[in-house]
Ligand binder design. Structure first.
Ligand code: AMP
Ligand code: GLY
Length: 419
């Protein structure tokens, strides 16, 4: 079969890497892709109509959407209208990620545990609401804000600043509505599942590292590393997640007639009172995917195709019991200002150290050398019989990379060793 992957980051490289292992898959395209994703041919467009034309002309058997933006813009609706098979929720269901308020109302309707909240449509109401909540208080711009629209304010002044930032247009139209939310305390985990709207198959658990600095300090990022499984999701918690989050989610999709054939990702806080949903994403996590897919033994193309054809009940997934750790190498300065175009060497050595190298923000220079071309640049994943072994293998590979401009956290997955 021929597959088209939409996106260009480390998540999309991991998807291409995994899908390429299937004997059913003869060709993979990636749009816009990255020249270092060697499993795929790059297609230079992100225009939805052009992508649909491409899929029609090249008789693509399955289009897999990586990032949220095209899902929220309606790529699935467009492909379905043209009878092109595509993996992902339609734009209505994608609002679960595209609108925090929509997601909160969905959770309330279907009894999914989450933080208490108030939705505010103007600055005055939001400033009044933040005072009603104990500190710290969470302020969220309602729409997609590239991961930047959430503030956990520890003082009244910070809360006011966060509200003002939303209504000043910093996040564009995403800030016109603001969700003020109770701050949940606990440890976070990522629960990612495959669904066809009729049945749902959870993937293995994982944990991201959102903050830029070690010991979870500094600004929020897209994710500085991940590991799987996440020991915080022990069997007791897992049972509660299935019963209190996954099953009600599926019932909710059915009751609301969502056409949901893709991935649902619940960012969960494991609180004293059990798991509560912080947010829904309607696509694979990045970098969680780079830690999850290396553990998947089954054929991903079969599972995705079954989801699209609504026969997911025929599928069961087999997993490698080993631990996976993915360390993200970012450009120094990320998530603030950083350099691009720096030559990266030593990738072969890193691979020979037993790691998988996923390209996120890289490019090639005129001599064919790999160069940095973004904030999060590489994801380096290793598997180990134990979590400490996986950590050691991943960092041995990281240290083999010759790129003086790299920044990475040295404590990825360390917390998992204490549990
Ligand atoms: P979101 O985009 O909603 O996942 O928020 C990004 C990050 O903000 C989450 O991964 C959490 O670390 C934090 N966060 C969001 N909502 C809350 C909350 N209600 N309580 C505590 N932390 C939160
Ligand atoms: N790793 C966080 C996300 O994919 O949103």
């Amino acid at each position: 079969m021929k597959i088209l992957i939409i996106g260009s980051g480390g998540r999309e490289h991991a998807l291409a890497w995994k899908l390429a292992q299937s004997p059913r898959v003869e060709k993979i395209y990636c749009a816009p892709g990255n020249p270092n994703i060697r499993e795929a041919e790059c297609i230079d467009t992100d225009n939805l109509e052009e992508l649909a034309d491409f899929a029609a002309v090249h008789q693509i058997d399955l289009t897999v959407v990586g990032p949220e933006a095209p899902l929220c813009e309606g790529i699935v609706d467009l492909f379905k209208d043209r009878e092109l098979p595509i993996f992902g929720p339609d734009s209505k269901a994608a609002l679960l990620e595209g609108s925090k308020n929509f997601a909160k109302e969905f959770m309330l309707r279907h009894g999914i545990p989450t933080a208490s909240y108030t939705c505010c449509h103007n600055r005055k109401d939001a400033l009044r609401e933040v005072q009603r909540y104990p500190l710290p208080v969470v302020i969220k711009a309602d729409g997609l804000a590239a991961g930047k629209g959430v503030s956990v304010a520890t003082t009244a002044a910070e809360a006011e600043e966060a509200v003002n930032a939303c209504f000043s247009g910093e996040f564009g139209s995403a800030g016109e509505t603001v969700v003020v939310e109770e701050c949940l305390i606990g440890e976070e985990a990522s629960i990612i599942a495959l669904t066809d709207g009729r049945s749902i198959i959870p993937l293995v658990s994982s944990q991201d590292h959102k903050r830029a600095g070690e010991n979870d300090t500094g600004p929020n990022t897209g994710g500085m590393g991940a590991y799987s499984p996440a020991p915080v999701v022990n069997s007791g918690i897992w049972n509660r997640v299935e019963k209190e989050i996954i099953q009600p989610f599926l019932m909710g999709c059915q009751e609301e007639h969502f056409d949901y054939r893709g991935i649902i990702y619940a960012g969960v806080m494991i609180t004293e009172n059990g798991p509560k949903v912080l947010e829904f994403n309607v696509r694979f996590g990045d970098p969680e995917t780079q830690a999850i897919l290396p553990r998947l033994k089954s054929d991903l193309s079969e599972a995705m195709q079954a989801a699209v054809e609504q026969r997911l009940h025929e599928i069961s997934l087999e997993w490698d019991n080993r631990h996976a750790v993915c360390v993200v190498l970012a450009a120094d300065g990320y998530p603030g200002k950083y350099q691009k175009g720096e030559v990266i060497k030593g990738l072969e050595k890193a691979e020979n150290a037993g790691a998988l190298i996923f390209h996120a923000g890289t490019g090639k220079d005129s001599q064919g050398q790999v160069i940095s071309n973004g904030g999060r640049v590489l994801g380096i994943t290793a598997l180990g019989e134990t979590l400490p072994e996986a950590i050691e293998k991943a960092y041995t590979a990281v240290n083999a990379v010759d790129w003086p401009g790299a920044y990475f956290r040295r404590d990825i997955a360390r917390r998992g060793c204490d549990q």
